[in-house]
Design a protein around this ligand. Sequence first.
Ligand code: AMP
Length: 503
Amino acid sequence: MPLLQFARGSTQQNPQGGQRAGMPRARLNESNYMTKFSDLNLNPLLMRAIAEEGYDTPTPIQAQAIPLLMEDKDLLGIAQTGTGKTAAFALPTLDFLLEFPQKRRARSARVLVLAPTRELAGQIADSFRTYSRYMDCNVQTVFGGVNINAQRRSLQGGADILVATPGRLLDLVGQKAVTLGDVEVLILDEADQMLDMGFIHDLKKIVVQVPKDRQTLLFSATMPKLISDLAQQFLDKPVRVSVTPPSTTAERVDQGLYHVSNNDKLELLFDVLNNPEIDRALVFTRTKHGADKVVRKLLAKGLSAGAIHGNKSQPQRQKALDAFKNGNCKVLVATDIAARGIDIDGISHVVNFEVPNVPEQYVHRIGRTARAGRTGLAVSFVAEDERYYLRDIEKTIGMEIDVLPKPANTTVDLLPLPDPNERLFKPKGPARGTGGGGRSGGGNGGGQRRPQQGASSSRPQGKKPHAAGKSTGSDGGGKSGGKSRGGRGNGGNKQRSLQGARG
Ligand code: AMP
């Protein structure tokens, strides 16, 4: 089959004629799954739940992060989705709630998780519910695009875990439907995406309302400078855990590309997807309009496809996602932000119908496949005016992406191989392509970073360094001794001083 001829570990022969220079096709080292869950000292109620989920061994981010989080350290986690990072933060957090149970307080939460999109928020909440199924734990979710009143009501009795998108959370705080003064653990997931979406000011407004003496976790797939600045502001001497170096491509994803003109992309896409070996393909466009156009074309040709982007209502998005998950729809066409963080098993192929103009976005996109140890293929359609971005991506990921053999079933003429010494210039103005949208793709379509005003490196007013008795670790992870969970081989001090700190 055309796509699958792109065998893993194949040589760098260029099928479009010519030899690619010998940059390695990087696939990161297979992970080192040494630790066992039983080594992590998690509560048996959690162990029971994860055993039922079929988790045998912790993933690398879990093996590294869980012990540190159980010592109440702040954590800066660099991990892509698909690495198991949700369990890496959910399990120690639930373990903490089990160890220090408390009566729920009205309109408050003990754990606050912030996520960029409603889909991701929903998935995180689902994971918390799964892992906490044998304990008494109330998980609530709030996000925009749906009626706020039901969310107000759901918060009345208080929550143990509140998973929220920043904007809707602030609306609810403004309406006094929830206060953040009881939050003991603050988790910022997909922080780079939250910044991309312009949530920096919302995040700052939220963080100052959370007690200073909290545990803070920040996860990001990439580590641009803005994220390290943010970490400096929000985290207290964080330990840094990284399962892949910043901006490397996801593990186990084989990558390839076609040089193809913009006019021929739709045709090529159909031919590429019209392959029985493809179970589930996620196709990325830069713009919402572009996503719709691709779906129309595929449907017209008899291929089951759905779109997910910011112009779709929440029920429409959910419907498309469900159809994709349950196999009724083979192709999901998405813009970057809509697809971010979506956890769908069995995506065999990711197709970059348009090359992202922010290299980190490429890493996110291809991370949609090869999740949790599976393999996957990522294919990019590169038009002439996208070669600049391709080179940017290749520089960022430190490897050259293979040119794939022309699919046997296509009549599309692929473009000749570009001269490797060709001088490339950054395209000016709005990107061309199916959508005709700007490079940023608007609020939902693209990966262009908004200017991050006010992202200074100084600590915000509300964050004070932890007080005396800290500095327990040699790796920058020192923290107030009083905040430490005892009874885990570190002195037996059962007191966690968060409550005390709040008075
Ligand atoms: P995440 O990176 O958190 O989105 O997780 C990706 C997928 O990996 C989810 O479907 C999880 O259920 C799964 N997963 C997480 N941890 C493990 C584990 N230790 N063993 C097997 N699967 C896991």
